[in-house]
Design a protein around this ligand. Structure first.
Ligand code: NAD
Length: 265
């Protein structure tokens, strides 16, 4: 299966080995933005462990990307799966240098309609999954002499949105955990940052449009369109690479100016 970065836009990007020597785990990497990150890491000379619960799609993607990519079964809510993913990284590629905590789910319910089960599932995947991922990867990165962790939050981790109460809660938690981890792991040479994309055209958003229609419309976005996965991937690659060697504990908003304020015109 082709990742969403393999389109005509991707051809204009100059690939130059920015990820040479890096080994990165991507959770939720079988499709969507995670697949775009995997593709770009390989294009830039790095190696990638794609972890997901979508077994067939993940295996097909790894096969498409070639020997620098491997797929592992990874349910981010399960601690033993994380240990297996970290072990696979060192078994196939060597010391772990990067982690993208990308797996996420979006439950479309407002506060008064969110059930405790929906709440718990969202927190388990979006928040506990990031905690378990950082904990497992940090131990391996410490042994590797350092690394970079990128936690995928959302604009829903910067401001509030209606109709996705548990998602907003989980994405604010990711932003806070990122800062606490950045402080605790700095002494080990591990940088931790959060990325906050606005609406980006993936299956998650396509599903939303089909089921509820509750997404930002183009005229609510100052730049006038959704992001492409490749645009988010460029930021994530920068944060994984040594080009961002002094950046840690920071939140990186990439949303076409949606959260910049209110336009009066
Ligand atoms: P997507 O639904 O296409 O991909 C999410 C991936 O996570 C899927 O491959 C899915 O199988 C995987 N996943 C779900 N539960 C999992 C689990 N328990 N263990 C392992 N993997 C699991 O969505 P996407 O748009 O590519 O989203 C990727 C990330 O970006 C998510 O964290 C999402 O919240 C965030 N995000 C997306 C947008 C957007 O507009 N698409 C905006 C802001 C933030």
């Amino acid at each position: 299966m082709k990742p969403p970065t393999q389109d005509s836009t991707a051809e204009s990007i100059n690939h130059g080995g920015r990820m040479a020597g890096k080994t990165v785990i991507i959770s939720g990497g079988a499709r969507g933005m995670g697949a775009a990150y995997a593709d770009q890491i390989v294009q830039e000379g790095g190696r990638v462990i794609i972890g997901d619960i979508l077994l067939e799609q993940g295996r097909e993607l790894a096969e498409y990307l070639g020997p620098a990519a491997r797929f592992v079964r990874l349910d981010v809510t399960k601690e033993d799966h994380w240990h297996e993913a970290v072990a696979s990284a060192s078994k196939y590629f060597g010391p772990l240098t990067g982690l993208v905590n990308n797996a996420g789910i979006l439950v479309h319910e407002r506060l008064d309609m969110t059930t405790p089960d929906q709440w718990q599932r969202t927190i388990d995947v979006n928040q506990k999954g990031v905690f378990l991922g950082m904990r497992a990867a940090a131990a391996a990165m410490r042994a590797s002499g350092g690394g970079s962790i990128v936690n995928i939050s959302s604009t829903a981790g910067i401001v509030g949105f209606t109709d996705c109460f548990s998602y907003v809660a989980s994405k604010w938690a990711v932003r806070g955990m990122t800062k606490a981890a950045a402080l605790e792991l700095a002494g080990d040479g591990i940088r931790v940052n959060s990325v906050h994309p606005g609406d980006t055209m993936t299956d998650m958003i396509a599903g939303d449009i089909a089921s509820s229609g509750a997404v930002t419309t183009h005229d609510q976005i100052p730049l006038g369109r959704y992001a492409a996965p490749l645009e988010i991937a460029q930021l994530v690659l920068f944060l994984l690479s040594d080009e961002s060697s002094y950046i840690s504990g920071a939140e990186h908003i990439i949303d076409g100016a949606v959260t910049a304020g209110t336009s009066l015109s």
